[in-house]
Design a protein around this ligand. Structure first.
Ligand SMILES: Cc1cc2nc3c(=O)[nH]c(=O)nc-3n(C[C@H](O)[C@H](O)[C@H](O)COP(=O)(O)OP(=O)(O)OC[C@H]3O[C@@H](n4cnc5c(N)ncnc54)[C@H](O)[C@@H]3O)c2cc1C
Ligand code: SF4
Length: 352
């Protein structure tokens, strides 16, 4: 007999939304998460406020968690990683390791929601001195400081007077092979720039960009208020190197509007790191024989009309494991994966 349970791998925003959707439709979701907590990268990286509405990220993840915890239609397996899989739609047998124990999970379909990882700005091609200079941070580091309400220079604990964001670190970069745009970092930098201006009002904030990519309503919700209300300075320029000079950092590069080299002193620099597939995404794709694209994100096969089906029937992928995505993308993809996975198990369980 066909199994109608749906296995969801990854307990981030996408997996949480998928598990909730499956449960709401009266089916059973088995939600496997390798961390000790649900909530995905926003929880693991301690995001402060979410774009575009500045909602408290912790509170938003609590709400998503609450919808699946104590839900009779959701079985949650924490500290658990998938190690092997066989079978087909209606009859998958998936091996998982949980605190040393091997368990077997039976499911009719699978939704992979294993997400992304932040680009490591310390790679050899990167000349930003992330691991050398205390006052060079990433968006993730800055997010933690903003969450704690203590935005100071790590080198001396003082409030900064000049802060720069450098866009497209690890994205839109042919040299390292990440030609794609990570989609969220322009919005997140602008959001953080507003937060810095609010927290340290006499600090000047600069954003060095190739071009600003604000999607949809974020233009009006974040970009224009950042410039007009919060006086954030946007500078079209390529920052290529950061060096330390005395007590300051010097951002070197080219001002592309003025077409001249630039060297600007800063107290802190925040690197807008992009998204890469998580190690879990690569592993789980290989376990299920799911194709990855040239960047190692999971390849979905239906183009714009079907963003969740993979080359393996009965195995779907949603959210940031398929490519750079914001939360709205993740929630939409989760809904689509729920619909298609339930349709797949029903086709086997209740043939037409
Ligand atoms: C710096 C930064 C800030 C951001 N801020 C915002 C914002 O303000 N607003 C917004 O809309 N978007 C934001 N985003 C994007 C947002 O973080 C992603 O859209 C979202 O987290 C993706 O959700 P996900 O569930 O697909 O993946 P993730 O959040 O990455 O969750 C994946 C989950 O899968 C688990 N997992 C991985 N491998 C395995 C495995 N093998 N077995 C079991 N579990 C596994 C992980 O532990 C994790 O819990 C930001 C991104 C960045 C880079
Ligand atoms: S969203 Fe902005 S910072 Fe991020 S990769 Fe795209 S253009 Fe660069």
């Amino acid at each position: 007999m066909a199994n109608e349970n749906i296995l969801v791998i990854g307990g981030g925003p996408t997996g949480l939304e998928a598990a909730k959707g499956i449960a709401d439709l009266g089916y059973k979701a088995i939600l496997v998460e390798k961390r000790e907590r649900l909530g995905g990268t926003p929880d693991a990286s301690g995001y402060a406020a979410l774009t575009p509405d500045m909602r408290d990220a912790g509170e938003a993840m609590d709400e998503m968690r609450a919808a699946v915890e104590n839900n009779p239609n959701v079985e949650i397996m924490l500290n658990t990683e998938v190690t092997g899989a066989e079978g087909e739609t209606g009859n998958f047998k998936v091996k998982a390791k949980s605190a040393g124990n091997e368990v077997e999970i039976e499911a009719g379909a699978v939704i992979i929601a294993t997400g992304f990882t932040h680009f490591d700005p310390g790679r050899e091609t990167q000349k930003y001195g992330y691991y050398e200079h205390d006052d060079v941070l990433t968006l993730v580091d800055a997010e933690k400081m903003l969450k704690e309400g203590n935005f100071v220079r790590p080198s001396n604990g003082e409030k900064p007077k000049r802060v720069a964001f450098i866009q497209c670190v690890g994205s839109r970069d042919r040299q390292i092979g990440n030609e794609y745009c990570s989609k969220v970092c322009c919005g997140i930098s602008s959001k953080q720039a507003i937060e810095v201006r609010e927290m340290v009002p006499d600090c000047k904030v600069f954003i060095f960009y190739i071009d600003m990519r604000m999607y949809g309503y974020w233009e009006n919700e974040i970009y224009w208020p950042a410039q007009e209300k919060h006086k954030v300075n946007y500078i079209k320029g390529m920052a290529t190197e950061i060096i330390k000079k005395g007590d300051h950092l010097i951002v070197k590069g080219e001002d592309t509007t003025m077409r001249r080299p630039m060297e600007v002193p800063m107290d802190m620099v925040i690197l807008a790191v992009g998204m890469e597939p998580s190690a879990g995404t690569r592993q789980v794709a290989d376990i299920f024989g799911v194709k990855k694209n040239q960047y190692n994100f999971i390849e979905t096969i239906g183009g714009a009309l079907n963003t969740v089906s993979t080359n393996v029937e009965g195995v779907f992928a949603a959210g940031a494991c398929t490519g750079p995505s914001d939360l709205e993308d993740c929630i939409s993809a989760a809904g689509s994966a729920v619909m298609k996975s339930i349709a797949a198990v029903r086709r086997v369980a209740v043939p037409a």
